[in-house]
Design a protein around this ligand. Structure first.
Ligand code: KIV
Length: 271
């Protein structure tokens, strides 16, 4: 039987075992109770309470405005629903960069108030001091390299990162640094597939890709993209498994029609 199927609860240790055994790791975002319950029932290994909630839930252009309070609210909703998956909570912009003491305080607040299992931070050498300080409190940390959306105003675009040799070299060095610091895994976002393969082979911790090709130890997608709820976002790496935009719009249209026609509620739907 697979390591995933055997595990009662997924832990960082389970993920390490999965990488060692060559068993692929699955990760999806969730921001609310109802969908987190379905995602957990579907058997995903890691649920990420992502700061992509800023785009998906709040309709903002970037993840920059997300606050600690927003993340804590979403993580609390998710945590109430989840029985098996490991819950990773994104640390939002401005709660860990350039100040390791603030980073530790922010991470402790997330862990205390949400019952989440780990935090995720974006960046490499620039934030390693913050990562090390969070780890001193026994809080598991996941890294995030490549396209790091909280730095959108530095990059200027959401296009593929690390195509040039210098940036690719720094990315591999950063991945090794995060492993040495004690991260239990790293998300690699939107980088060339061969670079993701090199990173995956050069560290012993699990590498979870999004737009980073098939050679990573696992894959992550934003749930609302996979379900086809968000349709204004169509990057090449996205596979849509449902077209819920159409299904939901059609259901709403049918409800409106039935009410307007006097067809809803009928006798059996009334008291
Ligand atoms: O916030 C998020 O959803 C993420 C994923 C894209 C990995 O960080």
């Amino acid at each position: 039987m697979s390591i995933h199927a055997n595990a009662k609860k997924i832990t960082t240790h389970t993920l390490q075992e999965m990488k060692a055994a060559g068993e692929k790791i699955t990760m999806l975002t969730a921001y609310d109770y109802s969908l987190a319950k379905l995602v957990d029932q579907g058997g995903v290994d890691i649920i990420l309470v992502g700061d992509s909630a800023s785009n998906v839930m709040a309709g903002k252009d970037t993840t920059v405005p997300m606050t600690l309070e927003h993340m804590i609210y979403h993580a609390q909703c998710v945590e109430r629903a989840v029985e098996k998956a490991l819950i990773v909570v994104d640390m939002p912009f401005g709660t860990y960069q350039g100040n390791s003491r603030l980073a530790l305080e922010s991470a402790i607040k997330i862990m205390k108030e949400t019952n989440g299992h780990a935090v995720k931070l974006e960046g490499g050498s620039e934030i390693v001091e913050s990562i090390e300080r969070i780890l001193t409190a026994g809080i598991p940390v996941m890294g995030h390299l490549g396209l790091t959306p909280q730095s959108i105003y530095k990059f200027g675009t959401y296009s593929v990162r690390a195509k040039e040799e210098e940036e690719a070299k720094k990315l591999i060095e950063d991945a090794k640094l995060l492993e040495q610091a004690g991260c239990f895994g790293i998300v690699l976002e939107k980088i060339p597939s061969e670079l993701a393969r090199a990173v995956t082979e050069s560290v012993s911790i699990p590498i979870i890709g999004i737009g980073a090709g098939p050679h990573c130890d696992g894959q992550v997608l934003v749930l609302h993209d996979l379900l086809g709820i968000t349709t204004d976002f169509s990057p090449r790496f996205l596979r849509r498994y449902l077209n819920l935009e159409e299904s939901i719009t059609d259901a709403v249209k049918s409800f409106c029609k039935d009410v307007r026609d006097g067809d809803f509620p009928n006798e059996s739907e009334s008291y």
